[in-house]
Design a binder for this molecule. Structure first.
Ligand code: F0G
Length: 366
């Protein structure tokens, strides 16, 4: 029977804090592809799948949490939502605010947002505030602003965000028939690793530090196990690896340029309770992983997302991946959001040639 994907709230309603009669805001997020990547099998000796979150409506995983956060705002008197962002949260908040008939304000670190993400916030009509500071400064201001004014905070410190984001773990178990052995993902503000751990745990029949009371378990378990959670940070923005906040985080992967993650405790619990780890990779490793996925698998991701692939490859080099293990890497955002970084360092010659078949064939070396 024909089925149109209904968005994550309706698809997973029995595991989310919404009733069938609640008004919800959706752009059809979720239901993203889980792509087997033979080129990564070859590099790792495992069976590797890539969860392609860049195909969500605004091009990143943030949409899963924005449908839930903004739907909850509809139950309040707030007419405006606000967030701090390294780019993707602001794009998503701006789009879902439009769908909800709300205004949005996005507080961004000046000069550190990829062009595509900035364009999204602009075309969706967000009130844009560029701050002379980093993401951590922006989040502090967003928290204070939403405490003081009738504006709803839609960063992942809003528990409804993680509720929506946990559905990615549900989809993976639904697709594979059980949880993978290992799940690898990039870590910035640390909401997503916390949300995946919650999703995997709830599907296996137990709750986590981040779980909400209302969604405590009332359904039989779906999975027989939970994966090890492997988190990957950028070298110059790796507070969870170092064990202390980083004052001036720096990385080419601007999406994860964060020095003091809000979900610090949840992420540590995800790491420790799952028997996993959080490591860091260099900017060069991130860019190499981005190029590898584009040229050997066929998926174009943004640098922040490539941290997970870089972390996987680094773990493989260190012999940390059990042979034949099932591994899922989340790639969190679409490469089209930041073409400047993807093209930097490549020599491109677009000098036009004569408009003839012969000239084209000669250029192609045919
Ligand atoms: N990957 C991408 C593409 C992101 O945009 C982010 C976070 C992450 C990974 C890390 O996820 O924060 O849950 O650990 N972006 C946020 C933003 C901070 O403002 O768009 P996290």
């Amino acid at each position: 029977m024909a089925h149109q994907w209904q968005g994550v709230i309706r698809e997973y309603q029995d595991r989310l804090p919404f009733g069938p009669d609640d008004e919800i805001v959706t752009l059809g997020e979720g239901g993203t592809p889980l792509v087997h990547a033979p080129a990564l099998d070859e590099k790792t000796g495992a069976r590797v799948y890539v969860k392609v979150e860049g195909v969500n409506p605004t091009g990143s995983f943030k949409d899963r949490g924005m449908t839930t956060a903004i739907s909850q705002v509809l139950q309040t008197d707030a007419k405006m939502v606000a967030c701090a962002s390294t780019g993707n949260t602001s794009a998503s908040a701006a789009a879902y605010a439009v769908a909800a008939g709300l205004e949005s304000a996005v507080i961004l670190p000046a000069g550190k947002i990829a062009a595509g993400k900035l364009a999204q916030a602009i075309v969706h009509g967000a009130h844009l505030v560029a701050v002379d500071g980093n993401f951590d400064d922006c989040l502090r201001i967003a928290r204070e602003l939403t405490d003081r004014y009738p504006v709803a905070l839609v960063n992942s410190v809003n528990p409804y965000r993680l509720q929506g984001q946990k559905t990615a773990a549900f989809e993976i178990v639904d697709a594979l028939g059980d949880a993978p052995d290992i799940h690898v993902l990039p870590v910035g503000n640390a909401g997503n690793i916390s949300a995946y751990w919650m999703g995997y745990s709830e599907y296996a029949g137990h709750t986590t530090l981040a779980s909400m009371d209302e969604t405590a378990l009332h359904l039989p378990p779906v999975a027989t196990k939970t994966p090890q959670m492997w988190g990957v940070q950028a070298w110059g923005a790796a507070p969870l690896v170092l064990g202390h906040p980083v004052k001036n985080p720096e990385t080419v992967a601007t999406a994860i340029r964060i020095g003091n993650p809000a979900s610090w405790k949840f992420a540590e619990a995800a790491r420790d309770d799952s028997g996993g780890w959080i490591d860091r990779v260099t900017d060069d490793e991130i860019l190499a992983a981005q190029a590898f996925l584009a040229s050997h698998v066929g998926i174009f991701i943004e640098p922040g997302s490539a941290a997970s692939i870089a972390g996987l490859l680094k773990a493989a080099d260190a012999g940390k991946i059990p042979s034949g293990a099932t591994v899922v890497c989340t790639v969190t955002g679409n490469g089209l959001k930041d073409t400047a970084t993807a093209l930097s360092g490549r020599s491109l010659d677009f000098t036009p040639i004569e408009p003839t078949l012969e000239a084209v064939a000669r250029t192609l070396g045919l």
